[in-house]
Design a protein around this ligand. Sequence first.
Ligand SMILES: Cc1cc2nc3c(=O)[nH]c(=O)nc-3n(C[C@H](O)[C@H](O)[C@H](O)COP(=O)(O)OP(=O)(O)OC[C@H]3O[C@@H](n4cnc5c(N)ncnc54)[C@H](O)[C@@H]3O)c2cc1C
Length: 631
Amino acid sequence: MFEIDLNEFLEAFRAAADVADRKHRLITYDSVFVGDETCRKLVENGVVADLDQALALGNALMETGAFHHVTREHPFQNSHLFYRFSDVHGSSSIQSDSTALSWADLLGKTSTQHISLQASLPELKEKSAIQGATPLSPMDAHNIALLNRVHPPAWRNPETSNRYNAVVIGAGAGGLVTAASIAGLGGRVALVEEHMMGGDCLNFGCVPSKALLRAARAVADVRRASAFGVEIQGEIRVNFGKIMARLRRLRAEISHVDSADRFAHELGVDVFIGRGEFTKPGVIQVNGQEISYAKAVIATGAQPAVPPIPGLRESPYLTNMTIFNLNELPPRLGIIGGGVIGCEMAQAFARFGSKVTLFQSDYRILPREDDEAAQWVHRALVDDGVDIRLKSTVTSVEYSKDTGFVVRTEDSAIHVDALLVATGRKANVDGMGLEHVGVEYSSKGVQVDDHLRTTNADIYAVGDVATRYQFTHVADAMARMVVKNALFFGNEKFSELLIPWCTYTEPEVAHVGLYPRDMGERGIEFQTFRQDLASNDRAILEGEAGFVTIHTRAGTDEILGATIVGPHAGDLISEISVVMKTGLGLGGLASVIHPYPTIADAIRRCGDEYNRTRLTPTVKRLLRGVLAARR
Ligand SMILES: Cc1cc2nc3c(=O)[nH]c(=O)nc-3n(C[C@H](O)[C@H](O)[C@H](O)COP(=O)(O)OP(=O)(O)OC[C@H]3O[C@@H](n4cnc5c(N)ncnc54)[C@H](O)[C@@H]3O)c2cc1C
């Protein structure tokens, strides 16, 4: 019979336990040791004969209170669980109700500590989709509230052996809408998220960026108040810390809608926190657990694409994953990329007081938009103090802690304190086992047909991972389409979606349908109707400017495309989308009464303009004849 003194065993146990800071999911636990490693070491050190003895004695020791599991009431196990010696960390940090466990409990208190968002269970693959994902910071009450909702620390994945109607990988806009719709229709659905529910839009995209832009508009409004006869005496001070705290507060408030708790308990979705990977046809694995499905939906989104500029990767550059963590305004901010994200952030930070330099390799910013629209934004950014460098390709980046960044182009070397990379987005397709299930993909994303079906008939894809129209509302529309096409008898086509979008700078630029260049390429003849907001009473009174252009098929009032530049353009474009979708036509739009004075009236006036083109000389002659007869 094996006999050992527990005190002696404690010493031997301490020698075997490798105490270190270790990461699990989003958190780093300090001074912990791992169950299975310690058991193995006890055997190797000859302290015990085998693993069973290590386990039995370990549990006996645990009974004495010598150590405890870091978060829950766990026995000592020969598995990858974390334990702490009680004399190092006080008594147990056990929570009786693990679902009520908060990140604040785990961190000890609200602090500025960083939590790494790199998922660590299972081990990240070499080319993990979100490898290099960055910390959420600071861990104040708002970010703790956010994480408690979108990545609860003690979440227990459901245990299930039944087949799901659908398993959705990724809980961003696309995945959330897919899962909620299927559950709403009575289907069994599993939603797998390795990082933060809500995805980019809630956590690192639309929501934080629009919160910043709103604050930036407040700054601009105060600065131009004198134009309205409002005199502000004294210095205008921008408190960047408060702006960022507002961002974090609002993001946390909004996060309830995307929370694991709401999806699981209100919507009836089985929420799995962990990385989803296809292992064989019909099966996805999450944290070692196998989930079988009839249909699967890939909604894994995209991540910042970082160009191979010498020196860049070695520097602490920012992307949309980190810029919303800033707590101090960089005095000088460099931005690489003059697309939507680059322009929105350039305007916001310039208004807050950063000296912003925007490097754009193209000959203009916002390359997707019409020249004139891009020019409006260009002028606005310059007015805000942004130094825009067109046809300016960054050739190298140097960084030192003392002097910050030097951003070099062919003919310049600009010194900045922070550098944002906003050079596009790449699809999250790697390390998901797509090759095990015959899903074709490339660096551009998962290959889908017009019905959003991948090369595996049982697997569909939605959102940023499957389209270059990388918008939340597109991910949403794709999700609705997939629910019909995959689970019912739908035959809807992506190519038939009418997709509007908006850049939320001031002025906003919104677009729907075709651009003149598209129509030129497709040989479509068209007419353009235009209203300048300089002749719109409301815009004049508001001190606003911009324009509306609407393109129709030549000789008809069928609207093929439209661009609006000006205040609330993103809201106003929906009126044109409705007309296009319903086939009302620009002539019909002219007969819709709009309240006076509104900027939307400029859209109606484009309709008036169209109707005037119908007054051909013959029609005019006829009308003159009728009027003469009725005098
Ligand atoms: C700064 C910025 C501002 C933006 N502003 C706007 C805007 O104003 N309006 C707009 O319409 N769009 C905007 N967008 C775009 C919008 O955020 C995206 O189009 C939208 O989030 C796409 O949703 P998605 O579901 O496809 O992907 P995501 O939101 O990226 O979600 C994908 C999810 O999948 C998870 N995941 C990935 N791989 C795995 C795996 N193997 N297992 C489990 N989970 C996995 C990820 O962690 C992520 O949470 C903005 C984007 C950025 C970056």
